[in-house]
Design a protein around this ligand. Structure first.
Ligand SMILES: *Cc1c(COP(=O)(O)O)cnc(C)c1O
Length: 381
């Protein structure tokens, strides 16, 4: 059976067939060498291995797992999600036009604004979850359309296939940050995206102990992908072999973790939605959510582990609730096996995040325990 026909659970559990060829080990080794030998005739012992800045078998194996999970032509790992974001924008020529979804991950927006200003790139921030706004923005030609679905922390859902159609008509490449979905729930390339990006520091690794980013493409020969690959090779934004190995270990349970996290998140969203102290729950899994219909089309097997809840009352009350939580760790980030809570307004006070919004990253703990913790925190001391 061709590996590309296997289901995600099999690809992940067996790390896309990686074993240790030298020892016969079921688990592959970690290759740390920064340089590679040449033969007496000065030919390379392995023609694809010259120097460790871009050529490492452990990194390649982790990339192969992700390539198969994404159904991609090629995959490149980066030392962080932001390094992957930067690699895409650095591939744009000066004076390019980039359409970027508004209200997405703040780290991306902040860096992109600064970078585009310095490089003379025309940046247009558009509410891409609103089809008419994206249609309007794509009327003039563009080089790049960047969307994030579901978005962080607003949980807005963008129709990837529709966005791909609009981007391509404008002559642009569509890149999708699918960090909150993971390749288990959504494969953006199957919906027409050109490149998919993830912060692998989140659910893909899942254990809150590796920083990594990843890009995968539909067409390896495309000019933008070639530029990205050359930039990684020449500029050296490469993940270390130890991180790549840990990532591969984490990914063995990715489909299993995502399944449990989605079930927990749905149970929590429903509990919060019915709670008297709650103003609104932002989660595409809820039928009342504006993104539910599109999410149901392009997400398979669940709606993700990220959700936001807007509480009734004021900022002080919201912070009190956060302070009373015992199981949810008060910390940024998402996608780990342990649940996290974040008061986003404290982190980005000037971007329109409500003072009573709490962002929850739901882990794999017992759903009943998590709900009981939220219940006691909402009731008060
Ligand atoms: C965390 C995150 C990033 C940045 O990734 P790092 O690995 O932290 O650099 C980008 N996009 C989204 C949606 C994220 O959640």
């Amino acid at each position: 059976m061709k590996n590309d026909q296997l289901k995600p659970a099999t690809i992940a559990a067996q790390a896309a067939g990686a074993t240790d060829k030298q020892t016969g080990g079921v688990v592959p080794g970690i290759h740390l060498s920064t340089t590679y030998q040449r033969e007496p005739d000065y030919g390379l012992t392995r023609p694809d291995n010259v120097y460790g800045r871009d050529q490492n078998d452990t990194v390649r194996q982790a990339e192969e797992v992700l390539r198969q999970l994404e159904n991609a032509a090629a995959t490149l790992l980066f030392p962080t999600g932001m390094a992957a974001v930067a690699a895409v924008f650095r591939a744009l020529p000066d004076g390019a036009r980039a359409i970027v979804q508004s209200g997405i991950y703040w780290g991306t927006l902040k860096w992109v604004r600064d970078f585009c200003a310095r490089r003379g790139i025309i940046l247009e921030e558009v509410e891409a979850a609103d089809a008419s706004a994206l249609t309007e923005a794509c009327r003039s030609s563009a080089d790049l359309v960047w969307i994030e679905t579901p978005s962080n922390p607003w949980l807005k859902v963008v129709d990837i296939a529709a966005a791909a159609g609009l981007a391509h008509k404008a002559g642009a490449v569509l890149v999708v940050d699918a960090t909150a979905a993971t390749p288990v729930l959504t494969r953006p390339l199957d919906h027409g995206a050109d490149i998919v990006m993830h912060s692998a520091s989140k659910a893909i690794n899942g254990h809150t102990d590796v920083l990594a980013g990843v890009l995968s493409c539909r067409d390896q020969g495309a000019a933008m992908w070639q530029a990205i690959a050359m930039d990684r090779h020449d500029a050296g934004a490469i993940i270390g072999p130890f991180e790549a190995w840990l990532l591969m270990r984490g990914m063995r349970t990715l489909p299993l973790r995502v399944e449990r996290m989605c079930a927990n998140a749905m149970a929590i969203a429903q509990f919060l939605d019915a709670h008297g102290g709650v103003e609104a729950v932002l989660y595409p899994g809820l039928e009342s959510d504006p993104g539910h219909a599109i999410a149901s089309q392009q997400m398979r097997g669940g709606y993700g582990s990220l959700l936001s809840v807007v509480l009734k009352g004021d900022r002080a009350h919201a912070l009190d609730v956060v302070g009373r939580l015992r199981l949810f760790h008060r910390a940024t980030s998402l996608g780990g096996v342990e649940s996290l809570v974040e008061h986003r307004h404290t982190i980005e006070p000037h971007t329109g995040i409500p003072e009573t919004l709490l962002r929850l990253s739901v882990g794999i703990e017992d759903a009943g325990d998590l709900i009981a913790d939220l219940a006691q925190a909402l009731e008060g001391a």
